[in-house]
Structure formats: C-alpha cells, structure tokens
Design a protein around this ligand. Structure first.
Ligand code: HEC
Length: 189
C-alpha cells in the first residue's frame, strides 16, 4: 500500500511540475502576449472514436455499479489497473468519475468541427441532438450524485436515465437499416 501511495504522490508531483513549466512560459520581450486558452480547444477524433474511447468505457463502469461497487476487490496492483473499478480510484470513486466523464463528454460532443465516421458533420445544430446531449449530461450528473451518496437505488435510477439517453439519440442518428442508407446515413435524419 505504501508503494502505491508513493507512486501516486510522484505522479502528482510530476503533473504539478509540468504545469508550473507551462505557466512559466513568458512571452519574449516585445512579443504579442501568448494567445489565450481558447486555442487549446481542438477536435481530435470523430464521433465514433469519442463514443468508443470515452463514452462506452465510462458507461460500462456505470452498468457494473448496478452491483455494489464497494464489494469490488481492488486489482493485485491497483496503481496500474486498466479497469477503473479495481484501480487506486476504484469502487464508488470510479463510479463518480464515470458520471463526470459522461457529463464532460456532453461538452466534447458540442465542440464545433467534429465529424462522424462517415464524414458527415456532427448534427449539433439540430434541436433534438442538443436535447439528447443534454440528457447525456443530466444522466452523467445523476450517476455522479448517486455514487457520492453511495445509494444503490439512486444508482439504478441513474442507470435507467443513462440508458434512455444513449438510446434516444441512437434511435434517431445511429441505427440505420440498409434501406435507410446504413452507415452512410448515420448522423442524419
Ligand atoms: C446525442 C447523440 C448520442 C448520444 C447521447 C449517445 N450516442 Fe453513442 N453514438 C451516436 C452516434 C451518431 C453514433 C455513430 C457515430 C459515428 O458513426 O461516427 C454513436 C456511436 C456509438 C458507439 C460506437 C458504435 C460503432 O459503430 O462502433 C458506441 C459504443 C456508443 N455510441 C455508445 C453510447 C453510449 C453507451 C451512450 C450513452 C451513455 C451513447 N453512445 C450516447 C450518438 C449518440
């Protein structure tokens, strides 16, 4: 346990140092001030990659929380566990984090410039799209609150909310039969 705590402290210190490093980059004398943080928002993946890489793993943590997360045994080496539930930040903390991840994903889903896997723009101007994204955000925060309260009934309600938010959007924008145009018709109505 002491070894793990030490690793966490070391990682924390490294992060702190790198932040200091960034903050210390003063503009050269006479140069225009560095551009503000807005330049840091940039889209890197398509919507499918965001779903597979961020939303899907987080939702699996939430689904697993339908059974008491405090009963989940930590991995042999929690510091290196790729499973959030058995990691150093495991159990209920992993469920809290999954809720936050889903809510933050709602922000990522509204960043301008993201395309879907078929090259179509993410339909974020559609009113129903924005509503579905809001449902995802709300369900993420419901998961977060349920996990903070460690209340299993609240978790079950939050899981329902989350599942509905995923399928409401998928029904319209993801599930496309061949007759509807298949993958090429994703992200369109
Ligand atoms: C606002 C709309 C929206 C919401 C909310 C949403 N999705 Fe998606 N999802 C999509 C669309 C559209 C695609 C297809 C994207 C593409 O092909 O680029 C997709 C794709 C996926 C994929 C990949 C499918 C594949 O072809 O490999 C997974 C997994 C997924 N979503 C999981 C989820 C889960 C779990 C939730 C809820 C926690 C969720 N999504 C919420 C719109 C949404």
């Amino acid at each position: 346990m002491r070894k793990i705590a030490l690793i966490v402290v070391v990682i924390g210190a490294a992060v702190a140092v790198s932040h200091v490093g960034l903050g210390a980059q003063a503009p050269a004398r006479g140069a225009a001030p560095a551009r503000p943080a807005a330049a840091a928002s940039r889209v890197h993946g398509d919507l499918n990659q965001l779903m597979r890489g961020v939303i899907y793993p987080a939702s699996n943590v939430v689904f697993a929380a339908q059974e008491d997360p405090s009963a989940i045994k930590p991995a042999d080496d929690p510091a290196t566990s790729p499973n959030p539930l058995t990691s150093v930040y495991g159990g209920w903390t992993a469920v809290e984090n999954a809720g936050i991840t889903l809510a933050e994903s709602a922000n990522l889903m509204m960043l301008p410039g993201r395309v879907c896997s078929n090259g179509k723009p993410e339909p974020m101007r559609n009113a129903d799209w924005a509503l579905f994204v809001q449902e995802l955000r709300d369900s993420g925060m419901a998961v977060y609150k349920a996990a903070q309260s460690k209340n299993q009934d609240m978790v079950l309600e939050a899981v329902d909310k989350m599942t509905v938010s995923c399928s409401n959007c998928h029904d319209v924008y993801r599930e496309k039969t061949t007759a509807q145009g298949g993958l090429a018709a994703r992200c369109t109505k």
